[in-house]
Design a protein around this ligand. Structure first.
Ligand code: ADP
Length: 441
């Protein structure tokens, strides 16, 4: 249903209109000439003059429109044509007298001369003046030129007006078509967004289910490990292996449990779209925290950190950390031992940017297109679930920000988080599907 330029009707210019009418006008001219010639049957000398002048006139018209128009400007062709026609018709009038059939040429010529370009009126006027003057000077009955001139002016004006109205209505139709194709384009975009939102909401439902399933066992695992840790701590004397548990294994386990709980609660919040309490936070401090958490995946490559003066933000810092950790882990996994992963922050306009750039494998256009689709992953089974960026997308747009991605296969990738200084919840619904900008390098 989409409109293509080829389907759009073209507005014809006066020259094209004249060209389109040409065969019909030539046929009309031929019939009129025949009638004018045949009226002199019996008066053979006059008939020969009428015939000869008509043939010359028609020949001149054919040559002008088929041959000379290649070298002459259209306007010049029309002026010469007008002079030829006046000469041919007036010549018959002068030699054979001004018959009624001859006068029909005058309104007929107005149809020839018609055109909406500036000089057509001047040509029509010149035609009428030349014909009428010649006729009156050669003693024609004055009522005939007056009557046919009036008729000619009316015909000219009516034709001109009709063409104007037709052109206006055509332009109106074209305008409507353009509006229609714009509306179709907008509809297509909305449809794509609706599909995208549909995908994200099904992800949300699934995430809620998974989070719920994990949450229940995690509750008693947390409570039991906590109690065990407390009980063991209270024991005054412990055998060496248990002491090692109290000093190292259990605190590390509790730390891990805390992280799992935080992820589950983020997942539930994301799934419900439930806004966590907004808080003022130091973006650079959170970026450093994310860097520390992701360190395990970045040890093999060079890491650069360039934190600018971005000041304090209002939003959901834990979610920001979660997104940054995911982006840093992805960057680390894509980058070899000689590569660089760079984390930087800077102000940009009213908001701030966090950039995670790597010199790793980069992404193909196909990967770029599917990047934020839930469960899209190019990693081997067990290495990636394909949820990190889908979740990141939801979390960032939920705070009124958006993610920009640039990548070139073999050269690396750059993920830029654009965040407002004060996160706004209203963005959650409207920006959800607008929060991604992709660019292939
Ligand atoms: P996962 O990491 O589980 O695969 P993500 O949603 O985090 O899921 O990432 C989806 C896919 O995006 C990855 O499998 C990978 O192909 C691609 N990707 C993400 N970040 C990068 C990066 N920095 N460099 C190259 N590819 C990346």
């Amino acid at each position: 249903m989409s409109a293509t330029p080829a389907e759009t009707p073209q507005v014809l210019n006066p020259e094209q209109v004249v060209r389109g009418l040409h065969p019909l006008m030539m046929a009309g001219s031929f019939i009129l000439s025949l009638a004018v010639t045949l009226q002199y049957v019996g008066q053979w000398r006059l008939m020969a003059w009428a015939f000869g002048l008509s043939v010359l006139r028609i020949l001149a018209n054919v040559l002008l429109s088929k041959v000379f128009n290649r070298w002459l400007a259209p306007n010049t062709v029309e002026w010469i044509r007008m002079v030829c026609n006046v000469s041919g018709v007036a010549g018959i009038g002068l030699i054979a007298g001004w018959s009624l059939l001859l006068w029909i040429y005058i309104p007929f010529a107005m149809l020839w001369i018609f055109g909406m370009e500036g000089q057509s009126r001047l040509r029509a006027l010149t035609y009428l003046v030349l014909m009428d003057t010649t006729a009156l000077l050669s003693g024609a009955d004055p009522f005939q030129p007056v009557a046919f001139t009036l008729l000619a002016v009316l015909i000219f004006r009516l034709t001109e007006k009709r063409a104007e109205l037709l052109q206006q209505s055509l332009e109106h139709i074209i305008h409507q078509r353009e509006q229609l194709s714009q509306a179709q384009g907008q509809l297509r975009v909305l449809h794509e967004r609706a599909l995208e939102q549909e995908k994200f909401s099904s992800l949300g439902m699934m995430a809620a289910g998974v989070a719920h399933e994990i949450n229940n066992p995690m509750a008693f695992v947390t409570s039991n490990v906590h109690s065990l840790f407390k009980d063991l701590q209270q024991e005054p004397v412990l055998p060496a292996p248990l002491k090692e548990y109290v000093d190292e294994v259990l605190p590390a386990t509790l730390d891990g449990i805390k992280r799992v709980n935080a992820i589950v609660s983020d997942l539930r919040r994301f799934a419900r779209g439930d806004p966590e309490a907004y808080a003022e936070y130091d973006l650079n401090a959170e970026a450093e925290a994310a860097m520390r958490i992701a360190q395990g995946q970045l040890g093999h490559c060079r890491v650069e950190v360039a934190l600018g003066e971005v000041g304090l933000l209002v939003g959901r810092p834990r979610q920001i950390v979660q997104v940054l950790v995911n982006l840093l882990v992805n960057a680390g996994q894509a980058t070899g031992s000689t590569g660089v992963v760079r984390l930087s922050t800077r102000r940009q306009g009213e908001g701030v940017c966090v950039e995670i750039r790597d010199t790793g494998a980069g992404m193909t256009p196909e990967t770029l297109r599917n990047l934020f689709q839930p469960f899209f992953t190019t990693k081997p089974p067990g290495m990636g679930m394909g949820l990190g960026l889908a979740v990141a997308h939801g979390l960032i747009t939920g705070q009124g920000g958006h993610i920009q991605v640039e990548s070139e296969p073999g050269k690396g990738s750059c993920f830029t988080l654009h965040l407002p200084r004060v996160a706004h919840r209203a963005a959650l619904s409207s920006n959800k599907s607008q929060g991604v900008t992709l660019a292939a390098g």
